[in-house]
Design a protein around this ligand. Structure first.
Ligand SMILES: [Zn+2]
Length: 435
């Protein structure tokens, strides 16, 4: 069955899509614009969010100097946890409530930007954290109004958090990653300076690059926006609205760039062309998935990362931890191999954009070809091999399924119905990709 055929089933489904994108300034040296841009957003008293590693790097001093030169008062919060939890987020919220800033500047990876989004939300519209958290773990209440201005400056080429309305954290008592999704959470503006990637360890470029690639691949192979039930009111159209012509644009270019440059960017920190192109791919893929939504590899990843026992990769703070991009890449080949049947042309096109030899292939080969291409790229950039590579065995599959089923926002965005039997097949296939 092709996507086109599925679209014909669209009675009662949506007929329009919405384009959302925050303002982005991209280029080498752009961090020097932080002060002028923050002031133009109306900020006078800025909460500058970062993490301890970033604080010691020149990018922090550069942004701080730019904010000071613009006459802004700056209060620093540098205690953001990598892979934030409800506990670390609560510390950030208490800081923001005490500091009373009129705007936020975040400098760091997705963990820093997401923490700033939640601190801004819970300071501007005070409520317990669970109020806005996605169902079924949270109450999924809509954000009642605009937030304070937020200027996001990403320093990893991965999450795309600077252009999305999504914030993810680890809810410790539930042993699950979950989050908040609202267009109100999208930063007002982003400054993307590819110089920041020169200080990234290769392992971080590899994991975050796989995240970029999966944002593009999942948004491109998600259900079509015309297959989702029409919203009760136009303003209630979800951000995970499904694949659409706007998200397809960013996805195709991000896939092509990742296929061309990711292995080079991992291999050589001095390859500024490759690292800059992956930063641009991350921005494009972020805009795309912020308008389409990702699906099952991300849902599986939250269980894989949330239930880690002992895995501790090089290049990251001491574990146990399965970095987000690494967790996403583990389930992805199994998902594409199985879901290729639902939109085969798209899987075949994605494989070709990643550099697969598709000569003589038919759309029916698309899922298998794409899975193989993702596995080979993972190996080239040194990511772990399947679930076994991060310490899981077949005895963990039930637990991983239980951790994935609550991710309904993501599972519903897949091109087919995903139940526990489907997840069992996927996790079993993802145990190892060798052989
Ligand atoms: Zn991601």
């Amino acid at each position: 069955m092709t996507c086109r055929h599925l679209a014909a089933y669209a009675a009662g489904c949506d007929t329009a899509f919405t384009v959302d994108a925050s303002r982005v300034t991209f280029g080498r040296g752009a961090l020097a614009e932080a002060g002028d841009r923050a002031r133009a957003l109306g900020m006078r008293r800025v909460a500058l969010f970062t993490d301890p590693r970033l604080r010691a790097l020149p990018w922090f001093d550069e942004v701080g100097a730019s904010l000071a030169a613009a006459g802004l008062e700056v209060i620093v919060f540098d205690d953001v946890a990598i892979e934030p939890t409800d506990v670390s987020v609560d510390t950030a919220v208490r800081f923001a409530r005490d500091a009373r800033p009129d705007g936020y500047v975040s400098l760091g990876g997705g963990s820093v930007i997401d923490t700033a989004k939640i601190a801004n939300l819970l300071t501007t519209h005070p409520a317990p954290l669970r109020t806005y958290v996605n169902a079924p773990l949270g109450d999924a209440q809509p954000v009642p109004g605009p937030l304070a201005p937020h200027l996001a400056c990403p320093t990893t080429s991965g999450t795309g958090s600077e252009v999305t309305g999504i914030a993810i954290f680890d809810w410790l008592e539930h042993h699950a990653k979950t989050g908040i999704a609202s267009p109100r959470l999208r930063p007002s503006e982003a400054i993307v300076d590819p110089r920041t990637t020169t200080t990234l360890p290769a392992a971080v470029v590899a994991a975050s690059g796989m995240d970029v690639l999966c944002h593009a691949l999942e948004s491109f192979t998600a259900r079509q926006f015309t297959q989702r039930a029409a919203p009760a009111a136009p303003s209630a159209r979800p951000m995970s609205q499904g694949a659409n012509p706007w998200s397809d644009l960013g996805c195709r270019e991000a896939m092509r760039l990742a296929g061309t440059y990711l292995s080079r960017a991992v291999r050589d920190a001095a390859d500024t062309e490759a690292r800059e192109q992956i930063m641009w791919a991350a921005t494009l893929a972020g805009i795309a998935f912020g308008n389409a939504g990702v699906h099952v590899p991300h849902a599986m990843a939250y269980a894989i990362a949330g239930r880690v026992r002992t895995f501790s990769p090089a290049g990251y703070p001491s574990g146990p931890i399965v970095p987000h991009g690494m967790a996403v890449g583990i389930g992805a080949p199994a998902v594409f191999a199985r879901f290729g049947a639902y939109c085969p042309e798209r899987h075949l096109e994605a494989a070709a954009l990643l550099g697969a030899d598709t000569h003589g292939a038919t759309p029916a080969d698309g899922g298998a070809l794409l899975a193989r291409q993702v596995i080979e790229l993972s190996r080239t950039i040194g990511l772990p091999e399947g679930l076994a590579g991060v310490g899981y065995t077949s005895a963990d599959v039930d637990d991983l399924i239980a951790g994935t089923l609550p991710q309904q926002r993501l599972l519903a965005n897949a091109p087919c119905t995903v139940d526990s039997d489907c997840l069992r097949e996927l996790f079993s296939a993802a145990l190892t990709y060798s052989g």
